[in-house]
Design a protein around this ligand. Structure first.
Ligand SMILES: Cc1cc2nc3c(=O)[nH]c(=O)nc-3n(C[C@H](O)[C@H](O)[C@H](O)COP(=O)(O)OP(=O)(O)OC[C@H]3O[C@@H](n4cnc5c(N)ncnc54)[C@H](O)[C@@H]3O)c2cc1C
Length: 475
């Protein structure tokens, strides 16, 4: 039964983006591309990835003519709609070590960790108030029967000399951060910050305009052709020719020639409550810490500057054939699931009103790390596949993309994650059917564990299937 008290998603832009646009002096969109424009580098996508790439490129090559083409407005995609959790990849070190070896794993995690302090420093230097709060990230065990899920990860990090990056927290220590009867033990990542995500996106846009980057909004690139003399991009209203192109497409890469089979789009949905500062104070949750549970279809929640809770979960549907349509923005069923998770994890806030709901696509690759590299003879550079964790790592991707365009011998351009081709997913309709079945199994498995039940043989087998086939999806 639909809960009438919960707003429908898809009726307006995310609460974050509306808040950020309302705070701007002039929030009119930049004009769309009409006619022809020439540039040294043309960037497709006005999310964090494309905008950080433009920023770092403009630092490395101040005279370069840079244009950025965005189908909506900058920050109109997930960069203006996400949970605002900024952290690197410490939790992923065991997976990185399996892939690249222990030393490279720590190097990659250190490079990714720059994003936490780097975003704060950038906001400070550029006068961008993105509500940056470096309060750390606590992952709690909300399951009835599973404890210490992350012990292996903490031990692994300790062996690699980075043990202090993840600290186990007892039940009592967890309660001191946020007193919910649903929380048990947890693990704390001190290097993490929260942001108002749309304010960062819009701040980047303003900084780029100030630097003279040519931004064209309402401009969808429908075709890209690369040849020996450069790259030609076609939009509905015009064309752009450039020496090189950078693609920051996020989940739209799943419909882009050349990336289709290696990217899967998946929905993540959020709600925001009415302001409840007194209730937060009663829970002791006043330090601004980011929280999540340890489900595969993760629930992530944090407070806002005005005393609300923004709460999301990766419970949306998988996409079909790379199409990014209404299923990623209008799925009322996904919002009901988000709200059910809210009530399970924060049962003492059962009476709190939700003021807005929204969703967006996240971009999944086989090993759930981004695919970053160059193609077409080094003329086209790309980064996507952040698996719903790109708010921080997109800054690293932007630095790498700028290096690939300007100096491919730079150490950043030679990090082992660069140039790694992801394993393909099965073709459609298998990909869609498989993703749907597995997603349902993962949600049911997590629901059963929450309730302290055995999920049953079929659900367990389906939830394990992707791992058996070599995809890093599921538990
Ligand atoms: C609900 C939700 C919550 C999330 N929460 C978190 C979180 O808390 N922490 C975290 O780390 N990550 C989170 N994420 C993921 C995070 O938002 C993304 O990883 C990050 O924004 C990626 O940035 P991007 O620039 O690559 O993508 P985007 O912001 O999606 O930018 C890509 C842009 O490309 C544009 N585009 C696509 N195709 C074309 C074309 N043909 N022509 C022109 N433009 C085009 C799109 O309109 C879009 O604006 C969340 C995502 C969602 C949906």
């Amino acid at each position: 039964m639909a809960d009438e008290r919960v707003p429908r998603p898809g009726t307006e832009r995310s609460w974050w983006l509306r808040e950020a646009l309302a705070a701007e002096e002039d929030s009119r969109p930049a004009p769309g591309l009409s006619g022809h424009v020439e540039a040294d580098v043309a960037i497709v996508g006005g999310g964090y990835t494309g905008m950080w790439a433009a920023w770092f490129l403009s630092e490395r090559a101040p005279d370069a003519r840079i244009v950025l083409l965005e189908r909506d407005i900058c920050g109109g995609g997930p960069s203006g709609r996400n949970g605002g959790f900024v952290h690197g990849w410490w939790e992923n070190v065991p997976d990185l070590a399996r892939q690249y070896g222990p030393d490279a794993a720590v190097d990659i995690a250190r490079a990714a960790d720059e994003v936490v302090g780097g975003i704060g420093a950038w906001c400070e230097a550029n006068g961008v108030d993105a509500w940056y709060t470096p309060a750390g990230y606590l992952r709690v065990n909300g399951f009835g029967i599973k404890r210490g899920d992350w012990t292996g990860t903490v031990e692994h990090l300790t062996q690699l000399g980075a043990g202090s990056e993840l600290e186990p927290r007892s039940d009592t220590e967890v309660q001191a951060i946020c007193a919910s009867p649903a929380f048990r033990d947890g693990v704390f990542m001190r290097s993490a910050a929260s942001i108002q995500p749309a304010r960062l996106a819009r701040g980047l846009r303003r900084a780029l305009l100030k630097r003279g980057v040519g931004i064209f909004e309402g401009t969808r690139v429908r075709r890209l052709r690369a040849g020996p003399s450069g790259v030609q991009l076609e939009t509905e209203g015009g064309t752009a020719r450039a020496g090189q192109a950078i693609l920051g497409l996020n989940a739209w890469a799943a419909g882009w020639p050349g990336f289709r089979l290696r990217t899967l789009a998946w929905g993540s949905y959020m709600v925001v409550t009415e302001p409840i500062p007194d209730r937060l104070a009663a829970l002791g949750w006043t330090g601004g810490e980011l929280l999540s549970d340890s489900r595969f279809t993760i629930s992530y929640f944090r407070t806002t500057r005005d005393g609300r809770i923004a709460f999301g979960a990766g419970v949306g549907a998988a996409g079909f054939d790379g199409r990014i349509g209404d299923r990623f923005t209008h799925d009322a069923g996904a919002i009901q699931r988000v709200v059910a998770n809210f009530r399970h994890l924060l049962p003492m806030l059962n009476d709190v009103r939700f003021e807005a709901a929204w969703g967006g696509p996240i971009d999944i690759t086989a090993d759930r790390f981004p695919e970053i590299g160059s193609r077409d003879g080094g003329r086209v550079h790309y980064a996507h596949g952040f698996a719903g964790n790109g708010a921080g790592p997109s800054r690293l991707a932007g630095r790498i993309l700028a290096a690939l365009a300007d100096d491919p011998r730079h150490p950043l351009a030679r990090l082992p994650i660069v140039g790694r081709r992801q394993r393909p997913f099965p073709p459609e309709p298998l990909r869609f059917i498989g993703a749907r079945l597995v997603r349902e199994a993962l949600i049911r498995q997590d629901d059963a564990l929450d309730a302290g039940r055995d999920p049953g043989l079929i659900v367990r087998a389906l939830a394990r299937l992707p791992r058996l086939l070599g995809y890093r999806l599921g538990h």
